[in-house]
Write a protein that binds this ligand. Sequence first.
Ligand code: FAD
Length: 384
Amino acid sequence: MNFDLTSEQEMVKRAVKDFADNEIMPGARERDRQEVFPWDITKHMAELGFLAPTLPEEYGGMGLDFVSEALVFEEIGRADSSVRTTLSVQVSLTELPILEFGTETQKRKYLPKLASGEWIGCFGLTETEAGSDAANQQTRAVKDGDEWVLNGHKIWISNGGIADLAIVFAQTNPELKHKGIAAFLVETDTPGFSTQDIHNKLGLRSSNTAELILEDVRVPAESLLGEVGQGFRIAMYALDQGRYGVASGCVGIIQGCIDASVKYAQEREAFGQPIAGFQLVQELIAEMVLDCEAARLLVYRAGHLKNKGVRNTRETSLAKWYASEAAVKAALNAIQVHGGYGYSDEYPVERYLRDAKVATLYEGTTQIQKLIIGRDATGIGAFV
Ligand SMILES: Cc1cc2nc3c(=O)[nH]c(=O)nc-3n(C[C@H](O)[C@H](O)[C@H](O)COP(=O)(O)OP(=O)(O)OC[C@H]3O[C@@H](n4cnc5c(N)ncnc54)[C@H](O)[C@@H]3O)c2cc1C
């Protein structure tokens, strides 16, 4: 067992940390206030290769390993979870499923555009009646000659309003339930495809979230990703990737809470001494440190399995569950350390709380992660 990062991983971490500190962190509060999507940052991340850390170089990626990918998400998540969410969706929920299930033609057509940031991707699984119960897809796909006709409505889709390409999940035969679901690569300028942005979210305020509306959207047969009936499997594969990004980003939030709290506790004085010297303040910080280390190890373990190419649903789920709940707790502790000042956006910790909360909801709620782990432990599924 080796707990050291390789020299390449150290280099990636340093490069992303510099970028996060200098280019993402400074504007995070204002973007959050104004709900401004960071196009400049996204473009610059693309130039530096961050939009495709694990894609093979032949498709425009950096060809890095999955622990390196986690380091990218962690450092960016420490600076701004809105940016990390945009990135996670591009990498984990769009590029990697195309890499795994796409035809060579689909890979050559879409992956270089996504890697270079020329195109933004989104992942359209959730519907009003299909959140945790993702198999209950109401969006319909009907074959008509050489085309598929899609009709339906997706909600809460990150990048949805700015995407050029959407992976859309749809039911082809309701009698087959999850075995009838198919995934489609839908170019968002296709007639009948429209979006509606969702505003006033609790957190992730500078990331784009939208509804997707599909009205008689006709796509060619070659738009099918994988096979008919494989859609649910593709969605679950993508979520194994996406949850890893969420977990890594949450490690970043916890680290951010520690950094902000230590700095504040050393500077702020009460009763004639820095509050860092009070045992109860140290307890708040020590709890964050413990959770940060534990969450990071869970992430690296999942990344190690991904590098080996073996099934990692259990380990990824554990990492996502633990890191997301720990990030919420760390943000609450960090606000406590900051006293009344933690309750305003003068300091980043209230944003950390608002941004951390969604990680316990999206890509499978904490309850769903518990059911995955419970099923793995007992051999009995308790989803229905
Ligand atoms: C900001 C944001 C961005 C998102 N981005 C995307 C995206 O890019 N793509 C996408 O497809 N989706 C996205 N989502 C949707 C997200 O994945 C869903 O909201 C999430 O899966 C939960 O579904 P739901 O909201 O319908 O809640 P529900 O499924 O209705 O759950 C409500 C409550 O019931 C609990 N519950 C449900 N079923 C069970 C059960 N069997 N046992 C125990 N408890 C249960 C849940 O844990 C939860 O507490 C996003 C959501 C948000 C808020």
